[in-house]
Write a protein that binds this ligand. Structure first.
Ligand code: ZN
Length: 642
């Protein structure tokens, strides 16, 4: 949080000049990288620090091309700009992969003498060498050729696996009278076809309300079975091949198995720590799960007196009934307190106060008129810490989810941190869920900016371990659940703040089921880990065994959930990460006084010791620096048991 950084923010072009701007910037950026790398290979600086500085310049230039490509391909209103940006992303990916496989370049780093390097530089050298060896650059030619082949095949398999899930939309045809319970606007938009039946597809806008609201249990069951059959059987052989190739890749570069290879660069560090974590959470969740399942089952028995269990086909329906009948939260009433404009201002006020920063609006060229831009300053500073862009409403051609995108990595004295929040919120009243999402995503944005004062690009902003990176955002969600904080900006049309007792009921309703939801998550995490580690021949029976061990609801005959479990592609053996960062988030939050979430001492310490260091230290050390002790499970377990 010093004022010594004076770099200027990036000037974006006008919308119709963007394509040329991106093309030029990509070409010049990548040409610059190639020239720097060639110089490193042939006439490297004499000292280790000089080599690292030149390499960091390569990293910064690659990151700048990648960031603009990734951001504008997702948000720019002009299709030709989006296409150009996608090409830029492909080009930068290709070059980055080439560099990791570059033996001559690796030899330059391997020959460096780390003696005399200060901690940050030594850490950078370590990580850089590890990137190379993980890519197999130090293996013989035949092995490297095989690794290239495996990587290419894995890319194709991943794409085919996702496409099979996306394209396998199934339909259940139902007589209109059997759809009683679904919301009227859903029924109105789903008229019967020529056969007199209504088509209910396995897409979320159909499957979710059908499972949640349809009074007819057979409808819920048919939709659930169809939903959990997507991707089957086509994806089974693809997954089997994917697990085998990942295992082969990991063993070729010297690891026991894929999970060990993957875990090495995460906070959890070791593959076998994953099942230990899964069991620990599953045990902690056992009692809270049973407690809420008993409530669900009791309500179920009012309709099915002799039942001794319910399945996933009935779970969301009865969960919804319990929330409505016993926990008394009216979602329609809740919305009236969350007007978008006031929520956005509230977010800036709350986070400004918490992190000791102020946001000053600036009027600069942007890709769309919806985008609001602010410079972020430390309270007493005149030079900005960074710049943020808020692009918060849906439009055609725009990214459909909610995420933080990097526009520029912050590097002390060289480049200002700039980040973009890309979301799809309504312009009027918001659901409270969306308010929580806004706080969550803003947590990534503020991490990016506050962590943007690093010496090395590699450690800038959110460059922490992947299983930690969600923790600061999950923690910031707590500020969107505090009755007093919400009361400061969540006011209805008459100007009345949201009542504290309504917020308390919302929390209770949100907490209902957290134990069995944790068990469900651990079932998914176990599938993700054991499918990679055991590589079972029969995926269905392996899944059923894990479901019996961990899941709150029994297997439904004929279903194959794993075939549409998309995270087996991107997260591979590391689905546990969501829960891992939640455990850390609860531990971090335990340092705050619930009666004074803005305590400047705690908040300042959190900002300076967890967010500001970016990836310059291991996440476990950041957490320990803030808490004054190593992280523990206690806060999470206490929350679960509450
Ligand atoms: Zn997140």
């Amino acid at each position: 949080m010093s004022d010594s950084r004076t770099p200027q923010p990036l000037q974006l072009p006008a919308a119709d000049a963007t394509r040329d701007w991106v093309e030029t910037r990509t070409r010049e950026g990548l040409d610059g990288v190639r020239a720097l790398v060639e110089a490193l290979r042939t006439s490297p600086p004499a000292d280790a620090l000089g080599v690292l500085r030149q390499w960091d310049e390569v990293t910064l230039r690659l990151s700048n091309v990648a960031a603009v490509g990734s951001l504008l391909s997702n948000v720019h209103p002009l299709e030709d700009v989006r296409t150009t940006c996608e090409q830029a992303e492909v080009a930068v990916d290709k070059l980055a992969t080439e560099l990791r496989q570059d033996r001559a370049l690796y030899d330059v780093f391997a020959a460096l003498d780390p003696a005399g390097l200060v901690a940050g530089a030594a850490r950078l050298l370590d990580k850089t060498l590890r990137d190379f060896t993980r890519a197999g650059v130090d293996r013989d030619d035949a092995t490297r050729a095989r690794l290239t082949e495996i990587n290419e095949r894995l890319t194709t398999l991943g794409q085919d696996f996702s496409r099979n899930i996306r394209d396998d939309v199934r339909t259940v045809r139902v007589a209109p009278e059997r759809l009683a319970g679904l919301p009227q606007d859903w029924l109105d938009s789903h008229p019967a076809g020529e056969d007199g039946l209504v088509a209910v597809t396995t897409d979320y806008p159909d499957a979710v309300p059908a499972r949640m609201f349809a009074h007819d249990p057979d409808v819920r069951r048919d939709v659930t079975v169809a939903f959990q059959s997507r991707g089957y059987p086509r994806n089974e052989p693809l997954l089997t091949e994917m697990f085998a190739l990942r295992h082969e890749l990991a063993t070729l570069v010297g690891y026991a198995d894929w999970a060990s290879y993957d875990a090495e660069v995460k906070m959890i560090k070791e593959g076998p720590a994953i099942p230990a974590f899964i069991d620990r959470i599953a045990d902690a969740a056992a009692e809270p799960a049973r407690r809420d399942l008993d409530v669900l089952l009791a309500r179920y028995r009012q309709d099915v007196p002799d039942a001794d269990a319910l399945t996933a086909a009935d779970a969301s329906y009865y969960e919804e009934l319990v929330r409505k009948e016993q926990l008394d939260v009216d979602a329609q009433l809740v919305r009236t307190y969350f007007d978008f404009t006031r929520v956005r201002q509230g977010l800036l006020d709350v986070t400004g106060r918490l992190f000791g920063v102020r946001y000053e609006p600036v009027d600069v060229p942007v890709w769309h008129e919806d985008v609001a831009v602010y410079d972020v300053f430390a309270l007493d500073a005149t030079a900005p810490l960074g710049r943020i862009y808020l692009d918060l409403h849906p439009r055609e051609g725009k990214y459909k989810h909610a995420a933080q995108f990097t526009l520029a990595d912050g590097v002390a004295g060289r480049q200002l941190a700039e980040g973009v929040l890309v979301c799809n919120f309504s312009r009027g009243l918001m659901e409270h869920d969306h308010v929580v999402t806004l706080f969550h995503e803003f947590g990534h944005l503020v991490h990016h900016v506050l962590g943007g004062g690093q010496e090395w690009t590699r450690f800038s902003g959110v460059a922490t371990e992947w299983d930690f990176v969600e923790a600061p955002s999950q923690m910031l969600e707590e500020w969107a659940w505090d009755p007093e904080i919400l009361g400061s900006f969540a006011t209805n049309a008459a100007g009345e703040p949201i009542p504290a007792d309504l917020v308390e009921r919302m929390r209770t309703a949100d907490d209902f089921g957290k134990g069995y939801q944790a068990r469900t998550q651990m079932f998914y995490a176990a599938v993700s880990y054991w499918f990679h580690t055991d590589r079972p021949a029969d995926l269905t029976s392996a899944m059923v065994a894990l479901q019996e061990k961990y899941a709150p609801f029994p297997w439904i005959e004929g279903t194959h959930f794993f075939a549409s479990f998309g995270h087996l592609g991107g997260y591979s053996s590391a689905y546990y990460t969501y829960m891992w960062s939640l455990v850390i988030a609860k531990d971090l939050f335990s340092a705050f006084d619930p009666a004074n979430l803005f305590d400047p001492e705690v908040a300042g310490r959190y900002r300076d010791r967890v967010l500001a260091p970016g990836g310059s230290k291991d996440a476990a050390d950041l957490v320990a620096d803030f808490l004054g002790r190593p992280y523990t499970f206690d806060a999470y377990a206490a929350w679960l048991a509450r």
